[in-house]
Structures are given as structure tokens and as C-alpha cells.
Write a protein that binds this ligand. Structure first.
Ligand SMILES: [Zn+2]
Length: 55
């Protein structure tokens, strides 16, 4: 099982969401909680889900 660190809260997670929170080409990986928080931003874009495990 692989993990990544959330770019906003630095929590280690096995499922992260690829999002943009500002205009531009910068994508960050965030956890579910932080994803919910940045969803309300006007420049929020969703770019996919990263999973560190297989079913
Ligand atoms: Zn987070």
C-alpha cells in the first residue's frame, strides 16, 4: 500500500484528490477533508483521484 502526504494538512493518506485551488497549472494532492474545504474556492478544479492500493 502506498501513501502520499496531503499538500495542505500534511496528513499521510492512501486516497488523495488531485485538485487546483488557484488559477494556473499547479496541481496538488489533498486528502478528503481538505478537498471538501477547497471545493468552495472559485478556482477549484478536480483532476482525479489517486489511490495507493488496489482492490
Ligand atoms: Zn489534508
Amino acid at each position: 500500500m502506498k501513501t502520499k502526504i496531503c499538500a495542505l494538512c500534511q496528513k499521510e493518506e492512501t486516497t488523495l484528490y488531485r485538485v487546483q485551488t488557484t488559477k494556473g497549472k499547479v496541481w496538488i494532492f489533498v486528502c478528503a477533508e481538505c478537498c471538501n474545504e477547497v471545493k468552495s474556492k472559485p478556482d477549484y478544479r478536480y483532476g482525479g483521484t489517486w489511490k495507493g492500493y488496489r482492490h
